[in-house]
Design a protein around this ligand. Sequence first.
Ligand code: ATP
Length: 244
Amino acid sequence: MEPVLQIRQLTKRYRNGRGVRGIDLDVRRGDIYGLFGPNGSGKTTVLKIVTGLIRADGGSVSLFGRHPGDGYERSMRKVGCVIETADVYDYMSAEGHLRLIARFHPELPPARIGEVLDWVGLTPYRREKVRGFSLGMKQRLALAASLLHAPELVILDEPSNGLDIEGTVELRELILRLSADNGTTFLVSSHAIDEMERLCTRVGFLYDGTLIREGAVPELTAGLGLEQAYLAEMRRAREGKVHV
Ligand SMILES: Nc1ncnc2c1ncn2[C@@H]1O[C@H](COP(=O)(O)OP(=O)(O)OP(=O)(O)O)[C@@H](O)[C@H]1O
């Protein structure tokens, strides 16, 4: 299967000495790839490097076969992302916010804004100012914004953060629908491992800045649940049985 994202020996060291090191990771077309790891293990750092929010110190990233300085920015047009905070202009309405973003994509039909608002359940609130939105509503809006231009790869950093139970179910159904209907590829970091087990085709486990395990879900879980497989890997890593 064609690689959408290829990461090789990725290293980033912050001033405090922490970060990520030697990460190799492949996301193939059609994957719903789940990135898991304890707090501070490096998930957001990887996603920020891939989306160009921060620079790596070493290693390489290729997106749709393109490297930085060689069409990477063009490849980024095929990517939608929500990283860390739901970044929205709070003095605007939900619809206004999406209209602003849609100006960067003149090819989009006007009906697209209504469509993505509907997907994330914000249609009843579309004319309200984002200032009055809850965290989960802002998260939904950021998700709508990331999907506006029908990206081929969607990168989500802890997308169920702040979502209510219905929102979590809707997010799952949306990811599954976009994957099945459009062949959209997903790279998602999460702590909600039970939830993600219902979605993911492949997963990677990060520990202390290193990818300690990667693979297809059935092969990695070997009959256990994903949570059990994850906990066992983390235990092994802590006991030093995995080289990190
Ligand atoms: N801007 C920064 N300056 C210094 N250190 C940082 C910075 N950003 C992240 N780090 C450190 O790098 C490591 C990885 O952080 P990162 O945010 O990537 O982890 P994470 O797996 O996304 O964590 P969480 O699950 O808590 O969101 C942590 O030790 C963190 O303290």
